[in-house]
Design a protein around this ligand. Structure first.
Ligand code: BGC
Length: 784
């Protein structure tokens, strides 16, 4: 046989064996291209992949999980969802877990307590935003991602980043801020942190999901401008900067269309304009039409109901769902699966470094606490101070809000433990009394409705006589006031935003008894969002917002109270003087549409309703500062144990060309080392479009500055920072005229400013009419 002949025979043999192989072995994910795998999939397999494995809520007569799925053991017990494996094609099942404050999984499996699966309970989202420090959010994300990876989780259902439209929003604690820039930057940093571990994220809930009232069937009616500038902007930043693997569409409708069924939202905007590359999943049982969801670019239906898969298959067969759309959804899901730890066969240990997690949680918690008031240097407390520690939350700290954002943590350090850990002394009999009181109250309160929060505990009364006795025996009173909220329910005005009469009386009694002896009163707020402060703040010397600070909360609060950590957090939302001042007070949370039949048969129920966002872009400080309504504490506000001064604000040019750089120096002019959050606001000329008085356009936190030390910070403003969204031309437009660059320590305390001129109108980005309301909304407008 000649050499050529031998070669030809070998090639022929190789080709034939390849053909034989491909006839017997279908394409394999990772070995073949995604396109080849998709081409080999049957419609049933595609539907199976796009419909999650289900969540059995045990509702009689409702098929939620197939018998087949029931046989397949959960990889990570208690995780919120998982996808179907298709072993024939080498496609594994991936696991998705809540939630923003840590990995939410079952800590005990099959009753076996010899091995546990606790995860770190990190501080809530609002606290992370209050740090105004992207490196803090990044570290927390990093810590969460590590734990997720070690527990075998592929995608974290986090961060949650809807805008705080109204202080009563039940899930505001999970979300970041009333400002989209702050929300977007914190979210992006968190996403990068998680994903640096090779674990994905799902930024949620996309979009305009700002309340819990009838959350599955509520129609958010709002203008294109409010959507673009306020409710979508944070997501835009998080997508562009953070590149999350996935996005979770929200439950609500936006101007009449379910978010999960809106091609304008999920395809034209998210993919087309923003360049999102990952896949979109529904929120759990969201929407009412699986076919419309897939066609819109909502690629994955979670947690998945068997009927959805059947609907999809018949829709492809009868042409209602295009093969192209289906294949595109499948391709996007497969591309994410390819990156997942499960696909990469990561050998997870089930033993994350929880010590490292708790350290990050403690540091992050103290970085986000906000000092609202500190008269007569009531704080920090010296470690020799004897404390009268009051309030049930001092002994039973709320570490985080409830629902899917809650984490099954091993412990929560209470404030009493945190202070004791730092060697402070306090009246020990109080500890016994309060601990007993909390135990009794908890035993007595009614069992909560499934998914809902238990009734809050009634605060233990402190009479004037008792307060006087305590004032004799101790040096200072610390009263912790707590609030909780969570999924399914919005907060209430009475006895939630406002104080209960009991709480008022305690503050009055403690204040008069301690002040009579020349002793100070400190209030710690263990809250997820704003409460009323105007009626009682003058009775106390210091107020510290500890938020819901995660499992290390007591230690972190003690760090700040004793001055081990100098507080540097600032408010990520306004604390209004009264609830009636809130611009959406009259339209939140909307109204039920009486007589309108339910549009879904989802198990979480609810009624059709609508929320009209009449305040438009004027939410939070954009409203208070434009309409001259004085808040109790403004957006961006927060004190320190030291003082800072600002000097030398300089712009690279006073005429705007493509971008402009601003530099400013911050000096620690006080006596204690500290960090300062520097906020850059821009005031834009009002030509054709109305504008808020000013808007946050950049921010940064200094490093820890020693007394006398200074730091120069640099900010860059691009054309988009000057622009507003003009619905008339569907474009981001910077209007010509004089802008004012303002650098300050809060939205109402500007330290330095400089003019910036734009010679001509600038069309910064051209878009198209998207998600528009069907009728004109009579939006709030400033008069000038
Ligand atoms: C929540 C989501 C969560 C999902 C899975 C839903 O009810 O709205 O935030 O990720 O459940 O638990």
């Amino acid at each position: 046989m000649t050499k050529q002949l031998a070669l030809a025979t070998t090639v022929l043999l190789l080709v034939t064996s390849q053909q034989l192989l491909s006839q017997t072995t279908p394409p394999q994910l990772g070995k073949n291209t995604v396109a080849e795998v998709v081409a080999a999939m049957t419609n049933e397999e595609k539907a199976l992949l796009l419909v999650g494995m289900g969540m059995d809520l045990h509702i009689p007569g409702v098929e939620m999980v197939t018998a087949e799925d029931k046989k397949s053991p959960e990889k990570v017990a208690g995780a919120a969802g998982r996808t179907h494996a298709i072993p024939r094609l080498g496609i594994p099942s991936i696991t998705l877990s809540d939630g923003p404050a840590g990995v939410r999984i079952d800590p005990i499996r099959n009753g076996d307590t010899s091995k546990t699966y606790y995860a770190t309970g990190f501080p809530i989202g609002t606290l992370l935003a209050a740090s105004w420090d992207t490196s803090v959010a990044n570290r927390v994300g990093l810590g969460i991602g590590k734990e997720a990876r070690e527990y075998g989780v592929d995608v974290m259902l986090a961060p949650a980043m809807n805008i705080h439209r109204n202080p009563l929003g039940g899930r505001n604690f999970e979300y970041y801020s009333e400002d989209p820039l702050l929300s977007g930057m914190i979210a992006a940093a968190y996403v990068k942190g998680v994903q640096s571990n090779g674990v994905g994220t799902s930024i949620k809930h996309f979009a305009a999901n700002n309340q819990e009232f009838n959350r599955m069937q509520s129609n958010s009616i709002l203008s294109e401008r409010a959507l673009r500038e306020i409710y979508l902007k944070g997501f835009e930043i998080a997508v562009k900067e953070g590149q999350p693997w996935t996005v979770m569409s929200s439950y609500n409708l936006i101007n009449g269309t379910y978010a999960s069924q809106s091609p304008e939202l999920l395809t034209t905007l998210l993919r087309g304009e923003w360049g999102f590359k990952g896949f979109v999943m529904t929120d759990w049982f969201g929407g009412n039409d699986p076919v419309a969801q897939l066609q819109a670019g909502n690629d994955m239906l979670m947690p998945g109901v068997p009927g959805q898969a059947r609907d999809i298959v018949s829709a492809v067969e009868n042409g209602k769902l295009s093969k192209e759309a289906l294949d595109q959804d499948v391709t996007r899901v497969l591309n994410v699966i390819l990156q997942s730890p499960t696909f990469k066969n990561y050998k997870y240990s089930n033993q994350p470094d929880l010590k490292a997690g708790s350290q990050i949680a403690r540091e992050a918690a103290s970085e986000g606490m906000v000092l609202l008031k500190n008269d007569g240097k009531a704080l920090p407390l010296s470690t020799r101070t004897r404390i009268a520690l009051l309030g049930i939350s001092s002994y039973d700290l709320t570490a985080g809000g409830s629902g899917s954002g809650d984490v099954n943590k091993k412990y929560v350090v209470s404030l009493t433990e945190g202070l004791a850990n730092q060697g402070l002394t306090f009246d020990d009999s109080l500890r016994t009394i309060y601990t007993q009181y909390v135990t009794d109250q908890k035993a007595r309160r009614p069992k909560p409705q499934p998914f809902h929060l238990p009734q809050p505990l009634t605060e233990m009364a402190v009479s004037l006589d008792q307060a006087q006795l305590l004032a004799n025996e101790t040096d200072v009173a610390v009263f912790t006031l707590g609030r909780n909220s969570g999924e399914f329910d919005d907060r209430a005005v009475e006895n939630d935003f406002t104080l209960t009469s009991n709480e008022h009386t305690i503050i009055e009694n403690v204040s008069s008894a301690f002040h009579a002896k020349g002793k100070k009163v400190v209030v710690v707020l263990n809250v997820g969002g704003p409460i009323e402060t105007v009626s009682w703040r003058s009775l106390v010397d210091a107020i510290l917002i500890a938020w819901q600070p995660g499992q290390e909360g007591g230690n972190a609060i003690a760090d700040v109270l004793t001055g081990k950590v100098n507080p540097s957090g600032k408010l990520p939302m306004t604390f209004p003087s009264a609830y009636s001042d809130v611009p959406s007070a009259k339209t939140f949370p909307g109204k039920e549409l009486l007589g309108k039949p339910s549009t879904t048969n989802n198990p979480f129920g609810g009624k059709p309703s609508e929320a009209l966002y009449e305040e438009g872009i004027y939410i939070g400080y954009r409203y208070y500062n434009t309409f001259a309504v004085k808040p109790a504490y403004e957006f961006g506000y927060g004190l320190s144990y030291t003082d800072f001064s600002y000097k030398d604000l300089k712009l690279s040019s006073n005429r705007f060309q493509k971008s402009v750089t601003a530099t400013v120096s911050v000096i620690n002019s006080g006596k204690t080392a500290g960090k300062e959050v520097v906020e850059l606001y821009l005031s834009a000329p009002r030509q054709k479009l109305s504008k808020p008085e000013s808007e946050l356009r950049a921010f940064a936190k200094t490093r820890l500055l020693q007394p006398g030390e200074s730091q120069t910070l640099t900010f860059t403003l691009t054309a988009k920072d000057l622009a507003s969204y003009d619905p008339a031309t569907s474009a981001w437009v910077a209007e010509a005229g004089r802008y004012k660059v303002m650098v300050g320590t809060s939205s109402r305390n500007i330290k330095q400013s400089a003019p910036l001129d734009l010679a001509q109108d600038l069309v910064v980005e051209k878009s198209q009419r998207l998600l528009a309301p069907s009728e004109t909304i009579k939006e709030l407008q400033p008069t000038n």
